[in-house]
Design a protein around this ligand. Structure first.
Ligand code: NAD
Ligand code: UDP
Ligand code: UDP
Length: 317
């Protein structure tokens, strides 16, 4: 009889996935991490390899997977525009075929399954802040659609497997998250600004920099994901997970300059197509259902993340 909980993390060698694997091992779970290493890397989980409770498998979720586990966290999917637009057809396949395969696996095993969905399902929102009831304002044929619509379709599949096959599902809508092990070249704003500041390059504000985002530190997010997985079966979500403290992109740039002591100048670049103007989660549901809210202020999260990138860049020098 197997008594330890066996947990599958797809996309486990990525930024969020590697932190999640770490926390699950700390909790005494056995972790099977699968990844095709498209944006993730072995180095993100190198410190876990050798732990007898950890297993790393190269696998692409668009293909069926036959393993035995008790819980599934489905995180596999490139997450930054640069990466998900590199091969948009593969991005949609990863979200949609990947969801079908992981739901099929969960169905056979009667396992609980959590989907890492995204605030992008709200598109460029006309409701602010975004509650889970809001249906979104998404362009179905634009450059971001492979990601946004792929994630929306994955949510549909999760709820249809729940209704049709009584699957125990959990859907988390994750808002901008940052921290160590973000990809240095993924073009996301936090990693871009920190790398630019540390290397003395100009800091690139897209548009005027008055668009807003709210940034959640990765440890806070992982805590929210685990709490959601642990809720009673009646709780399916979707549940917003993110930090409600909203900042303009200009404020973020100024904070990064201050914390790095950088001499970098702020410069303007064109705003990408379909770039949402503002984004802020309403996390009332997460507070009520999970007794969860982010604890680490942006400044402190940035200090930890700057420390990580500083180490990474000095290795490369
Ligand atoms: P990431 O790119 O670091 O991680 C994604 C991982 O999935 C990578 O390791 C990648 O190699 C792997 N992957 C991609 N396609 C795959 C496939 N077909 N088969 C197997 N593995 C595959 O990104 P992240 O920021 O850690 O995001 C993790 C999840 O959280 C994603 O599903 C993303 O959509 C979601 N999310 C993240 C954020 C954020 O701000 N970081 C916000 C919203 C949602
Ligand atoms: N699947 C998988 N592992 C399993 C069971 C299913 O990868 O252990 C995949 C398989 O590709 C299947 C898909 O999940 O096509 C959906 O499974 P489901 O049982 O919903 O439907 P099926 O396609 O088998 O009728
Ligand atoms: N952004 C920016 N400079 C950069 C990278 C991004 O001004 O070097 C802006 C981008 O236009 C967007 C915000 O920062 O308004 C967040 O971008 P990111 O790609 O990190 O995430 P998302 O748009 O998916 O929230």
């Amino acid at each position: 009889m197997h008594t330890t909980r066996r947990v599958l993390v797809t996309g486990g060698a990525g930024f969020v996935g590697s932190h999640l694997c770490e926390r699950l091992l700390e909790r005494g779970n056995e972790v099977l991490c699968i990844d095709n290493f498209f944006t993730g890397a072995r180095s993100n989980v190198a410190h876990l390899v050798g732990n007898p409770s950890f297993e790393l498998l190269r696998h692409d979720v668009t293909f069926p997977l036959y393993v035995e586990v008790d819980e599934i966290y489905n995180l596999a999917c490139p997450a930054s525009p640069v990466h998900y637009q590199f091969d948009p057809v593969q991005t949609t396949k990863t979200s949609v075929h990947g969801a079908i395969n992981m739901l099929g696996l969960a169905r056979r095993l009667k396992a609980r399954i959590l989907q890492a969905s995204t605030s992008e399902v709200y598109g460029d929102p006309v409701v602010h802040p975004q509650t889970e009831e809001y249906w979104g304002h998404v362009n179905p044929i634009g450059p971001r659609s492979c990601y946004d619509e792929g994630k929306r379709c994955a949510e549909t599949l999760f709820f249809d497997y729940h209704r049709q096959h009584a699957l125990r599902i959990k859907v988390a809508r994750i808002f901008n998250t940052f921290g160590p092990r973000m990809h240095p070249n993924d073009g996301r704003v936090v990693s871009n600004f920190i790398v630019q500041a540390l290397t003395g390059e100009p800091i690139t504000l897209y548009g005027e920099g008055d668009q807003t985002r709210s940034f959640c530190y990765v440890d806070d997010l992982v805590e929210g994901l685990i709490r959601l997985m642990d809720t009673p079966d009646a709780v399916t979500g979707p549940v917003n997970l993110g930090n409600p403290n909203e900042f303009t992109i200009r404020q973020l740039a100024e904070l990064v300059v201050e914390l790095t002591g950088s001499a970098s100048q702020l410069v303007h670049r064109p705003l990408p197509q379909d770039d949402p103007r503002q984004r802020q989660p309403d996390i009332s549901k997460a507070k009520a259902l999970l007794d969860w809210e982010p604890t680490l202020p942006l400044r402190e999260g940035l200090i930890k993340t700057i420390g990580y990138f500083d180490g990474l860049l000095s290795e490369q020098r």
